[in-house]
Ligand binder design. Sequence first.
Ligand code: SF4
Length: 209
Amino acid sequence: MAELALFKSTTAAAIRAATPPQLAKHFSCKRCSLHNTRRYVVLGEGSLPCDVLFVGEGPTRADNLTGRPFSGSSGRVLREAIDDALKRVDRTNGQLRLYMTYVVACRPCDSKRENNREPSAREVRTCLGRLNAVAQFASPQHVVLLGKVAHASCLDLFPGALKLYDPNYIHRQGGAGSCEYQRFVRELQDLFKGTKHRKVLRRRIRRIK
Ligand code: SF4
C-alpha cells in the first residue's frame, strides 16, 4: 500500500517510488499529444487505497515542474481547505486517507510557453483509462470533483460524487478570506464527518476502456 503525507514536502521521485507498479506504467504514457509539452506525468499524491479521492482538471505549470498535484498557489488553497476541514472534525490526514489526482495527468497547453487551457474532449477521453486505473486502486468511499471539467467528464465514472469549486476559482476570489473558501471548507467538513476510516475499501467502479 502506498502512503504519502499530503501536507509534507515531497518530490516527484518519492511519488514515483511509492506508486504501485501497476500504475507506474502511466508515467511514460504517450497516448495523447499532451506528452509533447509535459515535464512530468502528474499521476497523483496521497494514500492508495483512500477514503476520499479528489479529482481536479489537470496539472498547472507549477505541478508540471514539481510532479505533484495541487502544488502551486491555487493548489495550496485546496490543501489548506482540507487541513481546515480535518481540524474542524478533529481528524488528521492519516486517520482519513486522501488521494489527489486529475482528469488529465499532463499539463493541458498548446506549447511549453503558453498558459494552461481546458483539456479537449479527446484528451479527457484518452486519459480516462488512466483515471479509472487510479480509481480502482484508490477504491474510495467518496469522490470530490473539483471544477466544471471534472464535473462534466467524471460523473459516469463516479456517480454521486460531490461537486465543488475548482481551487483556482477560489484562489481568484481571494483564497482563504473568501466566502467561496468558507463554503468549500463546510462542504468538506460535512463529507469528512460522514466518512468512516475503513481498513480495506472495495467498491465497484465502472470500467472504461
Ligand atoms: S494526458 Fe493522460 S493520456 Fe495524455 S499523455 Fe498524459 S497520461 Fe497519457
